[in-house]
Design a protein around this ligand. Structure first.
Ligand code: ADP
Ligand code: MG
Length: 325
């Protein structure tokens, strides 16, 4: 079942189209990461999806509930962890979290054991009765994180969750995100840092200028990019010239062997032929795939020119279509 469905979402701020006809589907149980540069529209998308901001146009369904008719119901099934820490300094974690639970209409009797469990899971149980004011930034952030989980939401949104966190807190939160996801919670997180997601997310959407420009698993995304190269390790005479090898990119010496890089789409028999012609022995072949960072940079920066022309063409088509209707 799909946890999140949005079709043709538009959100404008004056002339700016922060969401520019964005469509997305996220299955229940996914750990989905929205990856995009600053200003791509990630936070705006989250705000629109959880009903904190009305879209200019478009459809949203969360856990099967149409947002236009059921904002309150949607709020019950979603939780939001944002960068902003919203906690009362004079109150303890327990008092803070009980207060947020009461705003969600959860009775104290039910909220209390849940809060204790969550505090324990982020290593904060020993601090449950101390005022927030004495807490370090990392400790506040851990409380802020579980604040979004008090009502056991089915879908958790996390907007740049690890920005400015210390390593211990980052690890605690990351582990708990994985656990929550393993328990069946759908998790959507945003980041502009690729290395964050390479280990944890199951699906990725790359967002740029108000649109999802690519999505899929990490491997699928890497495969869509026509990049990468073949790395050959060869031994033999190291003074031989290799520049005329088909698909040649570079060569360097490493101990008694040569590391040669050729284009990833070079026909393999031609490579072997070239190597043996030069009386070299092939020791190893590796296909080096681009990193997620390469994919991201390629898609959001170097292709932005072509994307621009495509997007204006598409806008024209949409406009024409809507005029026809
Ligand atoms: P991201 O979270 O990917 O960095 P945002 O969703 O915050 O991007 O912003 C997308 C674009 O919309 C940016 O150009 C930003 O300046 C603009 N924007 C976001 N919120 C508002 C707002 N409330 N009023 C005007 N412009 C906004
Ligand atoms: Mg943001």
């Amino acid at each position: 079942m799909e946890a999140i469905y949005a079709n043709n979402l538009v959100k404008t701020f004056g002339k700016l189209r922060a969401l520019d006809g964005l469509s997305i589907q996220i299955e229940a149980g996914d750990l989905y990461c929205l990856l995009g540069p600053n200003g791509a529209g990630k936070s705006t998308l989250i705000r629109v999806l959880i009903g904190l901001m009305r879209p200019t146009s478009g459809t949203v369904r969360i856990d099967g509930i149409d947002l236009s008719s059921g904002v309150r119901k949607v709020r019950e099934v979603v939780g939001l962890v944002s960068e902003k820490v919203i906690l009362y300094d004079k109150l303890s974690p327990i008092e803070n979290l009980l207060f947020f639970a009461s705003m969600k209409n959860i009775p104290k009797k039910k909220a209390r054991p849940r809060i204790l469990e969550l505090l324990d899971r982020v290593d904060m149980l020993a601090w449950k009765d101390k005022p927030i004011r004495v807490f370090s930034t990392g400790m506040r952030q851990r409380i802020n994180f579980i604040r979004a989980l008090v009502h056991s939401p089915k879908i958790v949104f996390m907007d740049e969750p690890t920005i400015g966190l210390d390593p211990h807190t980052t690890r605690t939160i990351r582990n708990m995100v994985k656990e929550l996801n393993n328990e069946g919670t759908t998790v959507v997180l945003t980041t502009h840092m690729m290395h964050e997601v390479e280990n944890i997310s199951s699906y990725i959407g790359i967002m740029n200028r108000g649109r999802i420009i690519a999505n899929g698993s990490i491997d699928e995304l890497k495969n869509t990019l026509n990049r990468g190269f073949i790395r050959l390790t060869v031994s033999g005479r190291t003074d031989v010239s290799l520049e005329d090898l088909e698909g040649f990119i570079s060569v360097r010496r490493e101990r008694d062997s040569l590391i040669v890089e050729v284009e990833h789409d070079t026909p393999f028999d031609r490579v072997i032929e070239g190597i043996s012609y030069k009386n070299l022995t092939l020791l190893n072949v590796e296909h080096i795939k681009p990193s997620l960072e390469d994919v991201f940079v390629e898609m959001t920066i170097s292709k932005s020119q072509t994307l621009d022309t495509k997007s204006s063409e598409r806008n024209d088509q949409v406009r024409r279509k809507s005029e026809e209707m």
